[in-house]
Design a protein around this ligand. Structure first.
Ligand SMILES: Cc1cc2nc3c(=O)[nH]c(=O)nc-3n(C[C@H](O)[C@H](O)[C@H](O)COP(=O)(O)OP(=O)(O)OC[C@H]3O[C@@H](n4cnc5c(N)ncnc54)[C@H](O)[C@@H]3O)c2cc1C
Length: 403
């Protein structure tokens, strides 16, 4: 079955971006998709470095790094389309590359030439280097997503100024790539500020004495992407590794969150699309009652609804990402709406595909259980539906009631 969409056709892509997307489409189909089941079944925390290495050779660890310093310099539009392609093959692989991008995003937003020269260059070499963005903690999830909940954060990872360096103490949890990352952007609260009102972003080297990798999480989905804890005990961060201004962490967090919601929506769209492709293939081949399932109107309705969900999720994330590429600061409303719709599309399409495919989909090894498990992942991070609802209604009220 051919895919229902060719991202490299998008008219706003330049020639280089279209070429990259064609290469990623082939990589996703020929290299990523065939190994998805094996990665899902592999031991917890195991990373398929061979596939990561092949993706790195296409530039997937330096997608948003400016061309002047050796990156691909892709627009946010192109990055989102790349992530949709990868997610349609294996959302966990999209997450591995996406989490490294999350590390880079605050550094790119800051425009700090020293941080960019020092901490983006490791992604330009021959061997892949991974990184992560460490925000969440055991006691602090949504309280580090919504600024209005910042005062309520408890026992946050702290940063204490000690001469020309900061000492970090605390524990981050649920961090994608943590077990395999060399670098992290860590959000910590400068001592003496209540809750997370002293939030500051620190570029932190993880291979140092003050950092321990804690539990590696045994996730039900996205098993391709290792995730785990990072424990900081007087971990040293030079003061010059503060990204942006000290106490400026919330502004960065919000800017990054708005941008990342678009890429999350692209990942969910990829999952929804994969579920549609599986269901359509099955319905055109499976015969019951003397007809192929696709010939029954009720099956056709299911497939049409699935297709409409993919199309609407994609249209919304494309609208949001085109705005993000052209408007500063990145808008909050469109990415939140796009993510809300795409999260739901992935879950609903996985559910519909399970129903259409029937018992075959309920077998281990068929792959649909993985799609179903993966579909729930993006709903949790970068803003749950409840958090997004608050962002969306705040934006509606600020705009006078409608948009
Ligand atoms: C696959 C995956 C990858 C992840 N990767 C990373 C990563 O790389 N880096 C990182 O920092 N974190 C990561 N996370 C963690 C993620 O950031 C957190 O899960 C997220 O912030 C939510 O926190 P929580 O899960 O503790 O839920 P909680 O904040 O405890 O929320 C639980 C429930 O309560 C609801 N709730 C909370 N506040 C409100 C409110 N005001 N009104 C209504 N309902 C509310 C939430 O919507 C949710 O339904 C990842 C999570 C997953 C699942």
């Amino acid at each position: 079955m051919t895919t229902t969409f060719t991202p490299s056709d998008h008219p706003l892509l330049n020639d280089d971006e279209a070429k990259t997307l064609r290469a990623v489409t082939e990589f996703a189909r020929d290299d990523v998709a065939p190994g998805a089941a094996a990665r899902d079944a592999a031991a917890t925390g195991e990373l398929d470095w061979d596939t990561v290495r092949r993706g790195h050779s296409l530039g997937l660890l330096r997608m948003a790094v400016p061309a002047e310093i050796g990156g691909l310099g892709l627009s946010n539009l192109a990055v989102a389309l790349v992530l949709e392609e990868l997610a349609a093959a294996d959302p966990g692989m999209a997450l591995v590359f996406g989490a490294a991008g999350l590390f880079q995003t605050p550094i790119l937003i800051s425009g700090d030439p020293r941080l960019q020269a020092t901490y983006l260059s490791p992604f330009l070499g021959d061997e892949p280097v991974l990184a992560c963005n460490a925000v969440a903690e055991q006691d602090n999830g949504t309280d580090l997503v919504l600024p209005q909940q910042a005062p309520y954060a408890r026992d946050m990872t702290s940063a204490r100024l000690d001469g020309d360096r900061y000492l970090l103490n605390g524990k981050k949890r649920y961090i994608t790539n943590a077990p395999v990352a060399t670098y992290a952007t860590v959000l910590a609260n400068i001592e003496g500020h209540a809750g997370s009102t002293g939030l500051t972003c620190f570029v932190t080297e993880l291979n140092q004495d003050g950092v321990t990798r804690g539990e590696t999480h045994d996730k039900v989905g996205y098993r391709t992407a290792p995730a785990g804890e990072l424990i900081f005990q007087d971990a040293i961060v030079p003061a010059e590794n503060v990204v942006g201004d000290p106490l400026g962490g919330w502004d960065l967090n919000v800017a990054q969150g708005n941008l990342c919601r678009v890429t999350c929506a692209a990942v969910s769209t990829g999952i929804a699309r994969h579920a549609l492709e599986r269901a359509l293939t099955w319905a055109t081949e499976r015969v019951q009652g003397g007809r192929r399932l696709v010939e029954y109107q009720m099956s056709a309705r299911k497939l049409a609804d699935m297709s409409a969900r993919v199309a609407s999720a994609r249209a919304l994330y494309l609208d949001a990402v085109i705005k993000a590429d052209n408007v500063l600061p990145t808008p909050a409303y469109e990415p939140a709406v796009a993510k809300l719709v795409a999260d739901r599309a992935a879950i609903d399409n996985a559910d519909a595909a399970m129903s259409l495919i029937g018992a075959q989909a309920f077998q281990r090894g068929d792959g649909m259980d993985r799609v179903l498990r993966d579909a729930y992942g993006p709903r949790i991070y970068e803003g749950s539906p409840e958090a997004l609802a608050l962002v969306i209604t705040d934006e509606l009220i600020a705009a006078g009631g409608s948009r």
